[in-house]
Design a protein around this ligand. Structure first.
Ligand code: BG6
Length: 297
């Protein structure tokens, strides 16, 4: 993966973490531990890669992902915030899909290199740039915990004098062996089908046989994803829904950063808050959205 990204090491930050840069000048944290490895971009606080040592990656990254900071990265775990999907009416027209957190530079606040895990603490603060898109003050904190499992905790803190609402997602792209090998349990049967203008549908067992863009409305806390190589458990924290997305070949062809064959070996299972009004956060209050991805059994 480090080769695909063509990273040059800048310096060792801790025993497990090095700072690296690609040819476009983007900075990355490369985590190498005894039991696992990960790569995180400071642009978007974006986890691009996670794999248990010696095993195939759990996350999918498009071969055509654009890694120059001009747009969000296709693959890994983009952070959709402070809204999911097209900007809601309360925000106004002409705002970026999935918000702005995935396409801004984040601050690295600290690294805790522990024997059982490596913790990365990152944050994004309101700025003139963010207020031009969303006129509120906030601090967004992301804690990433890397061990034999991967945890992301996204904490939305209201530093403003009035309440605001947010929605969003930990928009995880998983690597799979082939579409027919993907099985998902625990998402429930009821979903809003974004391919049918949000029509509410019901399907008892999920099968990936064509394009899907679905918001599962009554998921269980724990979702089981079978990718063909690994059975993964997703422990979702405070999500009101799970989004499942695969654009299939027609959809992928319409995206410059989605490699032509990539749709065959990916599935997005997203830990999301999609309610139209989102979650209200009062001044000085905070709200956590999180996921732990781990091997089943
Ligand atoms: O191209 P983007 O902005 O990264 O979005 C990718 C997809 O993200 C999914 O979460 C949405 O449900 C889809 O509708 C969308 O197409």
């Amino acid at each position: 993966m480090q080769e695909q990204l063509q990273l040059t090491t800048l310096r060792q930050l801790t025993a497990s973490v090095t700072l690296a840069r690609n040819a476009a000048g983007m900075e990355f944290l490369v985590v190498k531990r005894q039991e696992s490895e990960a790569i995180i971009s400071l642009f978007g606080a974006h986890v691009l890669h996670y794999a248990p040592a010696g095993e195939s990656p759990w996350l999918w990254l498009s071969k055509d992902a654009i890694l120059d900071g001009s747009r969000g990265i296709r693959g890994g775990i983009p952070l959709c915030w402070p809204w999911f999907g097209p900007a809601p009416a309360r925000v106004g027209a002409g705002k970026p899909q999935h918000g702005f957190a995935r396409s801004m530079h984040w601050q690295l606040d600290g690294i805790n290199d522990l024997q059982e895990s490596t913790l990365l603490h990152m944050s994004l603060h309101a700025s003139d740039e963010s207020r031009a898109i969303w006129p509120h003050n906030f601090t967004l904190e992301l804690d990433i915990c890397i061990s034999n499992e991967l945890t992301l905790l996204l904490n939305s803190i209201n530093t403003d004098s009035t309440s605001w609402c947010y929605s969003g997602a930990l928009h995880t792209y998983f690597e799979s062996v082939a579409t027919e090998q993907v099985h998902i349990d625990g998402i429930g049967a009821i979903y809003a089908d974004k391919l049918q203008q949000g029509k509410q549908c019901e399907e008892q067992a999920f099968a990936l046989t064509g394009p899907v863009d679905r918001v599962y409305l009554h998921p269980e806390h724990q979702v089981l994803l079978r990718t063909g190589t690994t059975d993964l458990l997703l422990d979702n924290h405070n999500a009101d829904s799970i989004v499942v997305w695969n654009p299939w070949h027609q959809g992928a062809a319409g995206m410059v950063d989605f490699d032509n064959e990539g749709w065959k070996t990916m599935i997005c299972v997203e830990t999301a808050i999609t309610a139209a009004d989102g979650v209200e956060v009062a001044p000085d209050e905070q709200h956590l959205l999180g996921v732990t991805i781990k091997r089943n059994g």
